[in-house]
Design a protein around this ligand. Structure first.
Ligand SMILES: C[S@@+](CC[C@H](N)C(=O)[O-])C[C@H]1O[C@@H](n2cnc3c(N)ncnc32)[C@H](O)[C@@H]1O
Length: 190
């Protein structure tokens, strides 16, 4: 992330946004007790998520962010792993649920985003739920991302992409700023 974006992700304004967005995304989802978070950044989303589940493993590609979050949440129910969510160092079917808040647009191509979806499918147990949200395209989004990665995720095609990765799409809802999704790794593949 560029410096402006990094400071926005730590700001009181963003905290206020995610205090609404995280419950919106998690509403109605049973993630189980062993949850994977993709791209926690400074961890404002992790702070809310960790109150709801027994154990979180958060994978963050930026080693500085990963190290500072790991130091901040040391001894808690969160383990932070430095790594790339498109090629995760986790076993098949390791997690009961997965979450992604405002990170997929940071993955630098649609192909890598689709690889990430296949990776989440692989590390979720059959029946495991994957939920998340991403921001919609806007002038503000483009300004925040000057000098940074922005590969917008179109909510109108995201369901098809989740299905291509093997998920059943349970729900996809959009508002003017963001969209959320609920998907599930089917218990048995045909
Ligand atoms: C905009 S921040 C969102 C942070 C947090 N989820 C939130 O909503 O406040 C996106 C984060 O995803 C991380 N990220 C981007 N690509 C990633 C990848 N391939 N694997 C893991 N993390 C990644 C970035 O380093 C950044 O910390």
């Amino acid at each position: 992330m560029n410096r402006l974006h990094d400071s926005l992700c730590r700001s009181a304004r963003w905290r206020k946004t995610i205090q609404q967005r995280v419950p919106w995304v998690l509403s109605g989802a049973d993630l189980g007790q062993n949850v994977l978070e993709l791209g926690p950044g400074p961890g404002l989303t992790t702070d809310l998520l960790r109150l709801r589940v027994r154990r979180i493993t958060a994978i963050e590609v930026d080693s500085k962010l990963a190290e500072s979050l790991s130091a901040r949440l040391g001894g808690s129910n969160v383990e932070v792993v430095t790594g790339d969510a498109t090629a995760m160092p986790f076993s098949d079917a390791q997690f009961s649920g997965g979450v992604s808040f405002t990170m997929i647009h940071h993955v630098p191509s649609p192909e890598l985003q689709d690889k990430l979806l296949r990776e989440v499918w692989r590390v979720l147990e059959p029946g495991g739920v994957f939920v998340g949200s991403d921001s919609r395209q806007s002038l503000l989004m483009r300004l925040i991302h000057i000098g940074d990665t922005l590969v917008p995720v179109d909510p109108d095609t995201f369901g098809v992409r989740l299905e291509a990765a093997g998920f059943e799409v349970v729900e996809l809802e959009k508002n003017s700023d963001a969209f959320r999704f609920h998907a599930r790794r089917p218990i048995a593949q045909l």
